[in-house]
Design a protein around this ligand. Structure first.
Ligand code: FAD
Ligand code: NAP
Length: 339
């Protein structure tokens, strides 16, 4: 047995749903070499490897018969600074929200709308994390990953990542790359995105006329704290379903029966529907089945009241999907990664 591998480790502290499944083996990577060695040794022993960061986008439905590799690498650095555009690099294991706060403290703008998203820097490109009208792709310049088949380092440009709505080449090919570090181009000048949800209104209530990145971040943190359950108090993985993007004719059919449908026209002519609205209309808000439930304030968030299993949460999700499909003709896609 390799010294730094632990056996039969509970993953409860490593996933924000708080699901108590076990990893057959568990280890941490603090640097590239440890990551590479763990992958090589697992390959030698014929073991699968499951990479995790903050575990905030995972639904674990069974014990993990593999090596769970927890990314714990740290480091933030400025790579270039022309006085206006500043390229920063962060190691995969850096927690996301403190990284955002660090960038604001450096006088850098671009990440403020992505405040208070849990998880790590290394996982952020996986689903092109997004909130309040900004996505990681908007500030992304590149990343370095380990190709898990060849063990070689590989650099990815913006185009290579093929980012989409909560999507990327990494999400479409799970297990192919281990992301080691990510580079972002930030700016010393703020380009404020205030038109999503209640951000502008919150700033106005606070008497902020010319918002700074700090003020926007604070406003978004306060909105999120009011609307979203804190995983430290109530297990959850944020939005459980993606907002579906549907053909305009389907959106119109729904609007004919429900004039108050929450819908946003997209550049390609399709329409994005708020999944939370569909689930709420179908009567699931606040629903509870044992310890698995739908949050009482935010129907897009499934919650674990304590002892729910991943399978119970998954079963609840499937019931919601079937009901929404039957009522509205809309297929909801799960957002968290299922194991
Ligand atoms: P994990 O859950 O650990 O992993 C997610 C996936 O990425 C897994 O498939 C894992 O194998 C893979 N992975 C992790 N690290 C690496 C790596 N270094 N290399 C390769 N693969 C890797 N998401 C949003 O987009 N916007 C939001 O506003 C948002 N709000 C949230 C609010 C709450 C309360 C919660 C609980 C979640 C929220 N999320 C949101 C979802 C989640 O926080 C993000 O998707 C986050 O980026 C996941 O990071 P993680 O480190 O926890 O990833
Ligand atoms: P909200 O403000 O109540 O809005 C509901 C949905 O409508 C959002 O999900 C958002 O879609 C969409 N929307 C709102 N304003 C829009 C606009 N001006 N143009 C286009 N679409 C608009 O949403 P919320 O649930 O409180 O979340 C706020 C933000 O944080 C959203 O961006 C959301 O995605 C993000 N968030 C994500 C997670 C997660 O786990 N993925 C968890 C919590 C919050 P989009 O989702 O496409 O932005």
């Amino acid at each position: 047995m390799t010294q730094h591998w632990q056996e039969q480790v509970s993953l409860k502290p490593y996933n924000t749903f708080g699901i108590d499944v076990r990893a057959r083996y568990f280890t941490q990577a603090h640097d590239d070499e440890q990551a590479r060695q763990s992958l090589a040794e697992a390959a030698q022993r014929g073991l699968d490897v499951m990479v995790i960061g903050g575990g905030s986008n995972l639904l674990l439905t069974r014990d993990v018969d593999a090596l769970v590799l927890h990314m714990a690498s740290r480091g933030l650095r400025v790579l270039s600074d022309d006085g206006q555009r500043v390229v920063v690099e962060a190691e995969a294991g850096e927690p996301w929200h403190p990284f955002v706060q660090w960038s604001i403290e450096q006088g850098l703008c671009g990440l403020e709308n992505l405040s208070l998203i849990p998880g790590t820097v290394g996982a952020a490109p996986m689903q092109n994390v997004g909130a309040y009208g900004v996505e990681v792709k908007d500030v992304f310049v590149g990343l370095t990953a380990l190709n898990r088949d060849t063990g070689e380092l590989q650099d990815f440009s913006l185009d290579d990542c093929a980012f989409g709505y909560r999507d990327s080449v990494f999400k479409r090919h799970p297990g192919r790359w281990l992301i080691l570090r990510v580079r972002f181009a930030l700016s010393r000048t703020l380009l404020a995105h205030l038109d999503y949800g209640p951000v502008r209104q919150r700033l106005a209530e606070q008497g902020v006329v010319q918002p700074s990145a700090r003020a926007i971040s604070d406003a978004i943190c306060s909105i999120r704290r009011e609307k979203l359950p804190d995983p430290a108090e109530l297990g959850n993985a944020g939005s459980f379903f993606k907002n579906p993007v549907v053909p305009a004719v389907l959106a119109q059919r729904i609007r004919d029966n429900h004039p108050c449908v929450v819908a946003y026209p997209q550049a390609d002519g399709q329409v994005k529907l708020a999944a939370g609205w569909l689930i709420e209309q179908a009567g699931w808000k606040g629903y509870r089945e044992g310890d698995a439930g739908v949050h009482r304030l935010q129907s897009l968030v499934l919650v674990n009241y304590g002892q729910a299993t991943g399978e119970q949460l998954h079963a609840l999700a499937r019931k919601i999907q079937a009901d929404v499909l039957e009522r509205f003709g809309v297929a909801l896609e799960m957002e968290p990664n299922l194991y």
